[in-house]
Design a binder for this molecule. Structure first.
Ligand code: C2E
Ligand code: CA
Ligand code: CA
Ligand code: CA
Length: 280
């Protein structure tokens, strides 16, 4: 019995230790790199499916560590959320995104017809000052609130809907729009959609990718689109990888598409040039 237990423990511990070690390493290095250029943005175009013109970008965090290389946001966002670093990280990304818009306007000599969507982590909805950070960033960069969309996941909102409604109302007071991210993956509480000040449903790419070949997923996407229409919400589809999917979504009345079919997340000048070429 003892031998068996020892063996199990031996099999288990190295992996757990490795995991713990990696987490510790990522947390330490992330803390160090916060506020530096090692953390930067990639901007992925959002395309209006009716006109085929660009309407904005989603700001996605990127981290290039000198030794670890490019760390996936899936990994470092989770670490940031668990270690209390997420508010600082999200603020830095919002700042960067708004500074980018301001710099583009300056460069173009006019206000470009594009907005930017930033991600706010679930844990931030319990953060009283998050709406002030949004208002402050808009003011500092001289960007109209209407050009900003704040993407939040459903889990954040479901945890404490009353509190979420309060924080979302204050964010909306800046003029920013609210998008519910990864829609269709969780236990969607449809009643909440009416009670909360949400403007946009963002359908998760797990539903969009297979839509042309999977009738069940196509049916769910259709249902989401008619629900959104009934509630007066706009819909963005993420993970649009083929022309076929884009065409289908446009026919079904989906407003905006995002995905590799249109563009990968772009860095630096590439995003600016894409915006100008696509009607910004
Ligand atoms: P998300 O908010 O759902 O972002 C969309 C993800 O889908 C991005 O992954 C994007 O690169 C990827 N993507 C876009 N188009 C396609 C496509 O056509 N096919 C496929 N297969 N993937 C596509 P990324 O950049 O790895 O980000 C992963 C997640 O990390 C994001 O998911 C978001 O939840 C989180 N994240 C990224 N940046 C931030 C940030 O600044 N703050 C917070 N709180 N979370 C962030
Ligand atoms: Ca997002
Ligand atoms: Ca998403
Ligand atoms: Ca997603």
């Amino acid at each position: 019995k003892l031998a068996k237990r020892t063996r199990r423990v031996e099999c288990y511990r190295p992996a757990a230790l490795q995991d713990a070690h990696r987490r510790f390493l990522v947390e330490t290095e992330l803390r160090h790199d916060l506020g530096s250029g090692a953390l930067h943005l990639a901007l992925q175009p959002l395309i209006d499916l009716g006109s085929n013109r660009i309407c904005g970008f989603e700001a996605l965090a990127r981290w290039q560590h000198w030794r670890l290389g490019a760390v996936s946001p899936v990994e470092f966002i989770a670490v940031a959320e668990d270690s209390g670093l997420i508010a600082a990280l999200d603020s830095q990304m919002m700042d960067c995104a708004l500074a980018t818009l301001a710099a583009w306007d300056e460069r173009a000599g006019r206000t470009l017809d594009v907005g930017v969507a930033i991600n706010l982590s679930a844990v931030e909805l319990t953060n009283e000052d998050v709406s002030e950070r949004v208002a402050d960033a808009l003011r500092r960069h001289g960007i109209q609130g209407q050009r900003l969309t704040v993407e939040l996941t459903e889990s954040a909102i479901l945890a404490d809907p009353a509190k979420a409604a309060e924080v979302l109302d204050r964010i909306k007071a800046t003029g920013a729009r609210i998008a519910m991210d990864d829609f269709g993956t969780g236990y969607s509480n449809l009643a909440l959609l009416r009670r909360l000040p949400i403007d946009i449903l963002k359908i998760d790419r797990s539903l969009i990718g297979d839509m042309p070949t999977d009738p069940d997923k196509a049916a769910i996407v259709r249902a989401i689109l008619s629900l959104a229409q009934a509630l007066g919400l706009r819909v963005t589809a993420e993970g649009v990888e083929t022309a076929e999917t884009a065409r289908l979504l446009a026919i079904l009345g989906c407003n905006v598409g995002q995905g590799y079919h249109f563009a990968r997340p772009l860095e630096g000048d590439a995003a600016y040039e894409f915006a100008l070429a696509r009607g910004a």
